[in-house]
Write a protein that binds this ligand. Structure first.
Ligand SMILES: Nc1ncnc2c1ncn2[C@@H]1O[C@H](COP(=O)(O)OP(=O)(O)OP(=O)(O)O)[C@@H](O)[C@H]1O
Length: 255
């Protein structure tokens, strides 16, 4: 039996034992997870593991075949999609794009663009933005309605290595300053380890989960990501309560 309920709890969202079947195929089985305020939870897993499907379940867009989802009530979820396909000839400025459906928040938009580091791009056409600038604009869009929960589907794709670290630092800072929860999908193991509180390795089911330093030693994690690749990846941690976040670039990627 499916139950989609909204009730008061210490969690922003709590997924209990859900199973998803699409076109006669099991895509997700027995998945449980939760996200609290100030917490960053990251889903990692190979292509086709079901990460985006799980995100869509949490957004309420896909109904699981069985299991239960509780959302904190009330909850506002800010979503940053994996990609946004726009017609490049559309003469849409960043400001216009961000005010679409968000007229009542117009006065906040400059401040949010400053928060994500692209305030100088307000009047730029979307088609002229670099990959990293576009990701920041999409992040700004997810922040406009002051969400309790930010859901970010591969937020750093198309961004160079230095830009990736900066974006993860920004996400950490936002989670702390806004005291929102973050559920993030990522392929980038190095960076995931640096920027998250709780990692969930997904491959239709949850293979393993835990804090970044414990998960990197887990046999299921090593199997999932090839033991050599997993072993070679150093663990970088962030600390929520440091006055300054510092994610140093690993020497092998800081090229
Ligand atoms: N609407 C759908 N109908 C049928 N199968 C689907 C549907 N949506 C996704 N799938 C299948 O579900 C599986 C998981 O897809 P999903 O996009 O969730 O994976 P993912 O982990 O996000 O992958 P990637 O890392 O490549 O983005 C895939 O095999 C995909 O083909």
């Amino acid at each position: 039996m499916i139950q989609l309920t909204s009730k008061l709890s210490s969690y922003l969202v709590q997924v209990k034992n859900i199973t998803v079947q699409l076109q006669q195929r099991f895509i997700l089985q027995n998945i449980s997870l939760s996200v609290q305020r100030g917490q960053i939870v990251t889903l990692i897993g190979p292509n086709g593991a079901g990460k985006t499907t799980l995100v869509r379940v949490i957004l309420g867009l896909i109904k699981p075949k069985s299991g239960e989802i509780d959302w904190h009530h009330p909850i506002c979820i800010g979503y940053m999609p994996q990609r946004l396909t726009l017609d490049p000839i559309l003469p849409l400025t960043v400001m216009r794009f961000l005010t679409l459906n968000n007229e009542k928040y117009k006065a906040d938009i400059s401040k949010i663009l400053a928060e994500v580091g692209v305030v100088d791009k307000q009047q730029a056409l979307l088609s002229t933005l670099s990959g990293g600038e576009m990701q920041r604009v999409l992040l700004a869009r997810a922040l406009i309605r002051r969400p309790d929960l930010l859901v970010l589907d591969e937020p750093i794709q198309g961004v160079d290595v230095v830009g990736q670290y900066e974006l993860y630092e920004l996400i950490n800072r936002l989670a702390e300053q806004r005291h929102c929860g973050v559920l993030m999908v990522s392929h980038d193991l190095h960076l995931v380890m640096a920027a998250t509180d709780h990692v969930i390795c997904l491959n239709q089911h949850i293979c393993c989960e835990g804090s970044p330093d414990t998960i990197s030693q887990h046999p299921a994690y090593q199997n999932l990501f090839d033991s050599r690749a997993a072993r070679d990846l150093a663990v970088y941690q962030h600390h929520h309560h440091c006055a300054e976040h510092s994610l140093s670039l690993p020497t092998d990627t800081a090229k």
